[in-house]
Design a protein around this ligand. Structure first.
Ligand code: HEM
Length: 139
């Protein structure tokens, strides 16, 4: 089971590398005014979202559920963790919507919006890692 946990953590890290970097690309893309620059950002965003982030998200969840069933864990820490993971998956989904909006040059948001949007995964990472490592007795 420790091999599964290793893979779970590895793919969580690769998922987060995209969750941190893709919104940063959105910041610069929203500020970009030249067409060659915009086309370059579209390629980077597409490859990052479909080539790294989405496969990593799927594998993090598969190995997480495998750990859950393998260890037979229960407890409020796990349910709180799963609730945060659902929020993270919704955030991931919106990243995909923004990749499409930029692809068709119909982005509606400013670089300021994406700077705030970029900060959100940090909060989730802190909360999830503390929940799963410390397993605090909640409510
Ligand atoms: C549906 C999604 C997920 C499920 C079902 C899940 C479930 C689990 C389970 C059962 C463990 C083993 C806990 C232990 O051995 O003490 C674990 C470990 C871990 N999970 Fe997840 N997880 C999920 C997603 C995530 C995400 C998104 C993150 C990162 C933000 C994450 C971070 C970790 C870490 C760091 C560990 C290692 C904890 C340790 O060894 O003490 N997991 N996960």
């Amino acid at each position: 089971m420790l091999w599964i946990k290793s893979l779970h953590i590895i793919f969580m890290v690769t998922w987060f590398s995209g969750l941190f970097y893709l919104p940063r690309l959105f910041v610069y893309h929203a500020m970009c005014e030249d067409t060659p620059g915009k086309e370059r950002f579209k390629v980077m965003e597409r490859k990052l979202f479909y080539g790294i982030m989405t496969p990593s998200a799927v594998l993090t969840v598969i190995f997480g559920v495998w750990l859950w069933l393998g260890y037979g864990f229960s407890g409020n820490w796990l349910y709180a963790k799963l609730a945060l993971v659902v929020i993270l998956i919704i955030y991931h989904y919106y990243c995909g919507k923004f990749v499409s909006a930029f692809k068709y040059d119909i982005n509606q948001h400013s670089h300021v919006f994406y700077r705030l949007f970029n900060e959100f995964p940090v909060l989730i990472l802190f909360a999830v890692v503390i929940l799963v490592v410390v397993k605090p007795a909640l409510f």
